[in-house]
Design a protein around this ligand. Structure first.
Ligand SMILES: Nc1ncnc2c1ncn2[C@@H]1O[C@H](COP(=O)(O)OP(=O)(O)OP(=O)(O)O)[C@@H](O)[C@H]1O
Length: 264
């Protein structure tokens, strides 16, 4: 579904304020897979997601999405995106927020209504279709944002800390809902998070990034099977959390360690 090969991203190349945000990233994500990106603040997680979304071009390397160059995938609306802020339009009802991507594509009213209703059912907000965003809790707004991202039926969902601003209980409930939605729709997900627990609970694989310049230093396979709430207390869950924590603390193997000082 996604292929990154030799991808680098340098902001302000050759100018004052040059920043190497991503250094030589390679990653392949299979159809239907759930992959999280985790790493220290500023390591380039959001940048990597933006490169996949073709919201910024890579400086070098190739990004493919659904077998196409990323730019084509964006034109074909091959992905939906969800950010930390739900970004809903306050003056539109929940239903009309979800309909927006369909409206932009010129889909007729009846089909829009039907599709929005199915999406609101999927995220459990059918009875709030006529409400305005300000009448919803933060968690409900984020569910609307997920429904909107999926309205056009994209095969891929790109999520940038979507639950980062929510309280722990809401966050855990939405994690379970997201997994159910992915299982029902077969959507592939790339998910940026700061939380090791969240990455482990949700993911098939966790891509661990080093501090800037961001590299993918390790990819940890999780494989927890069916994620019921009990999984969070299981030995397998704790073992995977420990493994990701170790990978985050490991020195970046891609960068040679400095040679020891010569004895005087
Ligand atoms: N448009 C830009 N122009 C210049 N530098 C940028 C730009 N966007 C990001 N950067 C820099 O690239 C680096 C990576 O930023 P990015 O937002 O991808 O990190 P992140 O891992 O998502 O951070 P956080 O976890 O804090 O959200 C940072 O040093 C940031 O300052």
């Amino acid at each position: 579904m996604i292929g990154l090969s030799g991808v680098t991203k340098i902001f302000n190349a050759g100018r004052p304020g040059e920043v190497t945000a991503i250094a030589a990233a390679d990653l392949a994500v299979a159809r239907g897979e759930f992959v999280s990106l985790i790493g220290p603040s500023g390591c380039g997680k959001s940048t990597l997601l933006r490169l996949i979304a073709d919201l910024a071009p890579p400086t070098t390397g190739r990004v493919t999405v659904a077998g196409k160059p990323a730019a084509q995938a964006r034109k074909d609306r091959s992905y939906g995106m969800v950010f930390q802020k739900a970004g809903l339009f306050d003056w539109r009802t929940v239903r009309r927020n979800v309909e927006l991507p369909l409206e932009l594509r010129g889909v007729g009213k009846a089909e829009r209504r039907e599709r929005a209703a199915a999406m609101l059912d999927l995220v459990g907000l059918t009875e709030f279709a006529g409400h305005y965003p300000a009448q919803l809790s933060g968690g409900m707004q984020q569910r609307v944002s997920i429904a909107r991202a999926l309205a056009d039926g994209p095969p891929l969902l790109l999520m940038d800390e979507p639950f980062g601003a929510l309280d722990e209980m809401t966050r855990e409930r939405l994690q379970g809902e997201l997994l159910r939605i992915c299982a029902e729709t077969g959507t592939t997900v790339v998910f940026v998070t700061h939380s090791i627990d969240e990455a482990v609970f949700l993911s098939d694989r966790v891509a661990v990034m080093s501090a800037r310049p961001g590299r993918i230093t390790e990819v940890v396979s999780v494989g927890l099977g069916a994620r019921t709430e009990d999984v969070r207390q299981s030995p397998e869950f704790f073992a995977a959390v420990t493994e990701v924590r170790r990978a985050l603390r490991a020195p970046d193997r891609a960068v040679p360690a400095p040679a020891p000082a010569e004895p005087k």
